[in-house]
Design a protein around this ligand. Sequence first.
Ligand code: OAD
Length: 252
Amino acid sequence: MNKIQIPDDLINLLINSERVVVLTGAGVSAESGIKTFRDPDGLWAKFNPAELASMNGFMKNPELVWDWYQHRREIINKSEPNPGHLAIAQMHQLFSKFALITQNVDRLHHRAGSDNVIELHGNIIENYCVDCHTYYDEQIGENDLSLPKCKKCYGKIRPAVVWFGEMLPEAALIKADELSRNSQVFFSVGTSSEVYPAANLPLLAKENGAVVIEVNPNETAISRYMDYRFRMPSGEILPVIIERIKERKGLI
Ligand code: OAD
């Protein structure tokens, strides 16, 4: 029997809910060995986002930016989904109108078995030409030591992630907004809630009547608005929540 206590009223609510939404951030992949951004050992403590995560930075030094993303891809390719990703993947079966929204670009949710993942910040697997917007998969970079060029127009190729100062993909944002407003239960998992508009989604859910839950070992900008707070790594707490739901539904 696992010692982590989950309040009975929360489990009751979950087994009676259909519209459950999970929003994830970098923390959900931390237990897979992928660094977060704003923790003390996070990427933005060591690297400058203006240089490495903006169009200006890319135009000033495209090779440096390309190499940095290639390095991050190597780490991601070697990593595996952790129990947090796997627990979230099971939620698709447990709630009939489940939705997963992520700020992560690593595609570990897909590899854990989640489908229809709403990616707010793009993904690090694909690339596109800054001039003609032709998309390329990660193979484009495989044989290049420095920046690859577009096969159609010879433009510079960049990763398909959303950088600072750029718009989020409109369809994903509209969908995320609508799902959050209509949710009955909303989980905010592994995000510092410092980056908008994603940080607003749990608040939007709450304003519209959802019960909001935070899973994060640390306090965040929105912790005080949460109905339940689990100060634990997502890979530890989420599998326990899933186990309790399955027990109550008679699935185990
Ligand atoms: P942050 O690095 O800002 O926050 C990560 C959060 O995860 C922190 O609040 C940690 O306390 C928490 N955390 C760490 N380990 C955890 C664990 N094992 N389980 C659960 N939580 C854990 O990352 P994001 O909130 O995702 O943007 O950052 C948002 C955006 O800022 C990113 O998508 C990225 C970045 O700049 C782009 O790349 C566009």
